[in-house]
Design a protein around this ligand. Structure first.
Ligand SMILES: NC(=O)c1ccc[n+]([C@@H]2O[C@H](COP(=O)([O-])OP(=O)(O)OC[C@H]3O[C@@H](n4cnc5c(N)ncnc54)[C@H](OP(=O)(O)O)[C@@H]3O)[C@@H](O)[C@H]2O)c1
Length: 283
């Protein structure tokens, strides 16, 4: 597995396994076990996915040495703020059943995320997490955080796919040494992406699937990603992307698919701030 090195030296696999919306714990445990068997070594969960316990159980049961796999989890908005973040971290670590978390992210740029960041800096210094970062931070919020805190985020996990390519956000991250990680790499299957003419045409020429062309496009942009599938054969398909290369022309044709905004969620809208602040994951 290829990886990207974070500025503190941690190696982030280019392809990890996403677990959003796999809520049933039996199904989630089976999926993570299948993904491990298929070769995934990075697993992405979040307190708000309500599946940390299932992800952790599968990881521990599989029995690989701890240094051979990574787990990412995320702090929910309700738990922003210094003290609440430390408490939420303990809950996540206990649910996952691990001594350290490899990558801990602020899930959303809402609530007291400055307080949360200071708590995460402490967790990082104490060695409870190997890397810290943020998610869904728009460029202006990311720059503001970078310019006002001692430790800069190592990762910003944001929505990136052929319909929303995030060119400006990527340039800003590069300026600050923050590694992007693509969530929704398949645009959550929206807009019939797997049957898109451009992608299907390129896939046909390489004898690959549209999903593999999309992942290859992410790889050639240097962007680590975390596709989700509950199907074992698709887990394997989504890892089988290291034996072909898109041409510059094909990369340009995919670049032309960008519509420049998300049709999944708009982090600049007041309605998103209102909605995400009202999601409570515990009493
Ligand atoms: N930080 C955040 O705010 C945030 C937000 C969203 C997601 N995430 C993370 O990013 C991960 C990935 O994003 P996502 O789950 O939202 O969406 P995604 O990975 O873009 O798309 C998942 C969809 O693609 C389908 N799929 C996967 N592989 C396929 C293949 N080879 N052929 C055809 N269909 C395929 C899946 O169906 P099947 O499962 O039926 O195969 C599912 O419907 C999440 O699981 C989560 O860990 C983070």
């Amino acid at each position: 597995m290829q990886s990207r090195t974070l500025y503190n030296g941690v190696e982030l696999p280019m392809i990890g396994y996403g677990t959003f919306q796999i809520r049933d714990s039996g199904e989630c445990e089976q999926c993570v076990a299948d993904a491990l068997a298929a070769g995934y070594r990075l697993f992405d969960t979040a307190a708000s996915y309500e599946n940390e316990a299932a992800v952790g159980a599968a990881l521990r049961r599989f029995g690989l040495p701890r240094e051979e796999w990574l787990v990412t989890t995320k702090l929910w908005v309700q738990d922003a703020g210094y003290d609440d973040t430390l408490r939420a971290f303990d809950r996540s670590r206990e649910a996952l059943g691990v001594e350290h978390i490899d990558l801990y992210l602020i899930h959303q740029p809402f609530g007291d995320y400055y307080g949360a960041w200071r708590a995460m800096e402490r967790l990082y210094r104490e060695g409870a997490v190997r890397a810290i970062g943020v998610s869904n931070f728009t460029p202006e919020r990311l720059v503001d955080l970078c310019m006002n805190q001692e430790i800069k985020p190592m990762v910003n996990q944001i929505e990136i796919h052929p319909f929303y390519q995030q060119w400006q956000a990527l340039r800003v991250m590069e300026d600050y040494g923050v590694v992007p990680q693509a969530w929704g790499p398949f645009s959550e299957a929206q807009k019939d992406i797997f049957n898109h003419k451009t992608l299907a045409g390129i896939a046909g020429r390489h004898g690959k699937t549209t999903a593999q062309v999309i992942l290859r496009w992410h790889l050639q942009r240097g962007i680590p990603t975390i596709p989700k599938t509950v199907r074992r054969e698709r887990m394997e398909e989504n890892l089988d992307v290291f034996d072909f290369a898109l041409t510059d022309k094909e990369m340009e044709r995919i670049a032309a698919m960008d519509i420049g905004h998300s049709e999944i969620i708009d982090h600049r809208c007041f309605c998103t701030a209102r909605q995400l602040n009202s999601v409570k994951i515990h009493g």
